[in-house]
Write a protein that binds this ligand. Structure first.
Ligand code: FES
Length: 270
């Protein structure tokens, strides 16, 4: 549950920071705005990428808002993932000076949920096609460790591990890496039996194999056991444009912006 999305003007809190291998935009939000219950992982804002003077937008060359996913919240300061691509909107946000304003709508979305029961959390991230996925899971670590839980992180990546990318992880987190598909499958089969819950950032091609891996070790995939962050194209965030539609396990479709972006794996794969 979270408060209804609102429009607010954030201020840039400093230069872009690299957290867990992903560039993040630090912003201050007005006091009392954008409060959420539970971890912020999976929540997102829509950022307007244009100046506003006296409440009026001054130009429309970048007319679509850009979704920015939450990486961390400390009081009024949020870190929002800012993809390192050449998208004009992202580039505009990157150029904003410290103290400059950015108009946001949000927070939107159903984020990850950590149930009261369960002490062993398994985090899965495939970084081979998207190095930013690990950062989007980070906000789950502290709540789980604070309650005395155990967190294991399994990363699928090509090449060697970038130690700097992991410098922001608490030392209590157990980290495993899989440099190829065989290692990934083996690590999954080892980790799934002891996990009480899985939270994952994976491409769609991995939803089905993950569901099968869970079924192989636990006989069936139960609702509530595995949550997946789906990074679909998000334009309106209110269910109106259908840009974010994704297929579901029962042959239907659903909108990631309003029904996600975090989904139970049972909704995505049988
Ligand atoms: S982003 Fe428009 S319907 Fe989801």
């Amino acid at each position: 549950m979270h408060t209804p999305p609102i429009g607010l003007t954030a201020s840039i809190a400093g230069p872009v920071r690299w957290i867990a291998g992903a560039p993040c935009l630090p912003v201050h939000l007005p006091e009392g705005s954008a409060t959420v219950e539970g971890p912020v992982a999976g929540r997102y804002f829509l950022a307007r990428c244009a100046e506003e003077v006296d409440g009026e937008r001054t130009e429309w060359s970048i007319y679509l808002r850009r979704p920015l996913y939450a990486v961390q919240q400390r009081g009024g300061e949020w870190l929002l993932h800012l993809p390192p691509d050449d998208d004009p909107g992202h580039a505009w946000l990157r150029r904003r000076a410290e103290g400059a304003g950015v108009h946001l709508l949000g927070p939107f979305g159903n984020g990850f949920a950590l149930p009261d029961s369960g002490r062993n959390l398994l985090l899965l991230a495939d970084l081979t096609d998207n190095p930013g996925r690990l950062a989007l899971l980070l906000a789950l670590l502290e709540p789980m460790l604070d309650r005395g839980g155990r967190v294991t992180l399994l990363l699928r990546l090509n090449g060697s591990l970038d130690e700097a990318a992991l410098s922001h992880l608490p030392i209590a987190v157990e980290i495993h890496t899989a440099p190829d598909e065989a290692a990934w499958a083996k690590a999954l089969s080892t980790a799934i039996p002891w996990a009480d819950q899985i939270c994952a950032g994976l491409p769609p091609s991995r939803y089905g194999p993950l569901a099968q891996a869970v079924q192989a070790k636990r006989f069936r995939l139960e609702e509530g056991f595995c949550q997946i962050l789906v990074q679909a194209d998000i334009l309106c965030a209110v269910g109106a444009c259908l840009a974010c539609v994704i297929p579901t396990a029962n042959g239907g479709i659903t909108r990631a912006c309003t029904h996600g972006p975090v989904f139970d794996l049972t909704r995505l794969a049988l």
